[in-house]
Design a protein around this ligand. Structure first.
Ligand SMILES: Nc1ncnc2c1ncn2[C@@H]1O[C@H](COP(=O)(O)OP(=O)(O)OP(=O)(O)O)[C@@H](O)[C@H]1O
Ligand SMILES: [Mg+2]
Length: 252
């Protein structure tokens, strides 16, 4: 049986007086891809950011509920956020490589963690770039500035950068929405390969993408989780009218 790696119970989040999440219960199995879908403003990014505490820095945010990563209580006082983010990495909508070489981008997190050994860094960089399916395209120009790559390549560098610190979970917030269809498909293929080793949670506005890559899909609406299930069930046989309306394009 698949192991639950992440459970979230009754997650509520307010930005000041505005409650953006009204109590989300959702659990994630290891080595699966889950797609979070729903219309703009329904709380997908907010929920995703709760998982590795990226909302902490925002002024006036209040979060309650229980979020557990394996046995770690994500919001416990003793939880080390830097350590947590090593295990729960994130990739954003706009590719955001640092203005430095491809190599330096990928080993950035390892250097921060104190790794200095050149052969260790080289090995980790190569492994991460291979996993992110971009090694062949960049292996002869690792010293080149990452900003000189195409958008799709930059996004795979960002995925490699997230992988290099050996996370368990990767969160992606609309990772392909800034990319052309060909690059998007490359990222999809990459994610499908990655789920062998990682648990993946991705926000997407592209329902076809969700149906192509996600094992499970969760549908959000105005701060509520309407339903979650296997992607097949959500797309073919949703329980709720709102889900069906969204899937069939009546709104959103
Ligand atoms: N930093 C913030 N301060 C105040 N309100 C916010 C903040 N970030 C998001 N919100 C509000 O919380 C709600 C959920 O926003 P969120 O960004 O999570 O939606 P989303 O589902 O990711 O939307 P989209 O598909 O457009 O990215 C929205 O009403 C949004 O305006
Ligand atoms: Mg969003």
């Amino acid at each position: 049986m698949a192991k639950q790696i992440l459970t979230t119970k009754n997650v509520r989040l307010s930005y000041g007086d505005f409650e953006a999440l009204h109590g989300i219960d959702l659990a994630f199995d290891e080595n699966e891809i889950t797609a979070l879908i729903g219309p703009s403003g329904c709380g997908k990014s907010t929920y995703l950011r709760c998982i590795n505490r990226m909302n902490d820095q925002i002024d006036g945010v209040k979060i309650s509920g229980e979020l557990k990563f394996n046995d770690t209580d994500i919001y416990a006082e003793q939880t080390d956020v830097v350590e947590l983010r090593k295990q729960i990495g994130m990739v954003f909508q706009q590719p955001n490589p640092f203005p430095m070489s491809i190599y330096d981008n990928v080993v950035f997190g390892l250097r921060i963690a104190g790794v200095r050994d050149k052969s260790m860094l080289d090995e980790a960089a190569q492994a991460a770039l291979k996993q992110a399916a971009i090694w062949d395209e960049v292996k002869n120009k690792l010293d080149q500035n990452a900003l000189a790559l195409s958008g799709g390549q930059q996004q795979r560098i960002c995925i490699a950068r997230a992988l290099a610190v050996s996370p368990n979970i990767i969160l992606l917030d609309e990772p392909t929405s800034a990319l052309d269809p060909h690059s998007s498909r490359q990222i999809e293929t990459t994610l499908l390969q990655l789920k062998e080793h990682y648990t993946i949670i991705t926000v997407t506005h592209n329902l076809q993408q969700a149906s192509r890559i996600a094992d499970r899909t969760a549908f959000f609406l105005q701060g509520d989780l309407i339903e979650a299930g296997t992607t097949k069930q959500i797309f073919m046989n949703p329980e709720h009218q709102e889900t069906s309306d969204f899937i069939t394009g009546i709104f959103g």
